[in-house]
Design a protein around this ligand. Structure first.
Ligand SMILES: [Zn+2]
Length: 264
């Protein structure tokens, strides 16, 4: 496969709360796909940014698609550029040093010259279905919660956030370009791949949170039943779980985005 060659890309995305704009963002051009998940702020009225989380995810995502498509530069370099351009877009009007300034997780893939490059920053996922199934995701934010608990500290939102974009903490796309080089990156020959999935953590709950499916089964569901049906099932399971009072995580529903690359 050559750069820009044909590949089938399908996606589904929906907000966790119909009253709030979907803060996930997805964009694709031929074999380049970017998925971002805007981090929910503690207080939407106090982020130092007049643009909001959806704008931030959309701006970084658009810049990343532009800088990576038809380029051979490493995806981490492209993401660092996208972070800098976005920062410069609002540094003059907003307080980008606010501790809860907008941030986003990033998952990206790019097909070029028979190779698929991938990048994952924070807890979105890239799943490569080849000779073996490879799930690429970065759980360092969850690790911070776990070791705070082990030290006898409560992993409150502000406590975990104080380790954002710090060594030994966790990394997301905010305004520091260095975060791009904390992403998990890699490449795989396209010939060995059948399907590739990108997903925000709101769309991986059937696998990660509820453990109802293994990724192999999730991929077969996505292929046979479609992406909308997969998100419908996620919402049904979340509603059942909430009704039983066993809520997993802080939100009943989260913004959910899933992308399937097939016919590779
Ligand atoms: Zn702003």
């Amino acid at each position: 496969m050559t750069m820009g060659a044909k590949v089938r890309v399908s996606f589904a995305s929906r907000p966790g709360d119909e009253a709030i704009e979907n803060e996930d963002f997805v964009a694709a051009k031929e074999g380049t796909v970017v998925v971002l998940d805007g981090v929910t702020p503690m207080d939407r009225t106090d982020t130092g940014c007049q643009h909001g989380v959806a704008w931030f995810a959309r701006t970084v995502g658009t810049q990343l698609l532009q800088s990576s498509h038809m380029s051979t530069r490493p995806l981490a370099d492209c993401l660092a550029d996208a972070i800098v351009r976005t920062r410069d877009d609002h540094a003059g009007t907003c307080n980008i040093d606010h501790p809860d300034s907008p941030a986003a997780t990033v998952a990206a893939v790019r097909i070029r010259d028979g190779v698929l490059d991938f990048l994952v920053l924070a807890d979105s996922a890239v799943v490569l279905d080849g000779a073996e199934l490879e799930v690429v995701t970065d759980h360092r934010a969850g690790d911070v919660s776990r070791w705070l608990r082990r030290r006898g500290e409560r992993p409150t939102g502000p406590a975990v956030r104080s380790y954002r974009n710090r060594p030994r903490g966790y990394w997301v796309a905010a305004h520091q370009p260095d975060a791009a080089y904390e992403a998990i990156v890699g490449s795989a020959p396209v010939d060995g791949l059948r399907r590739v999935v990108l997903a925000t953590d709101g769309a991986t709950r059937l696998v990660d949170t509820f453990k109802l499916l293994k990724w192999e089964e999730a991929l077969d569901d996505l292929t046979s039943c479609g992406l909308e049906a997969f998100l419908d099932r996620t919402r049904d399971v979340e509603r059942d779980d909430a009704a039983r009072g066993r809520r997993h995580g802080a939100k009943v529903h989260d913004d959910a985005t899933i992308v399937l690359l097939s016919d590779l």
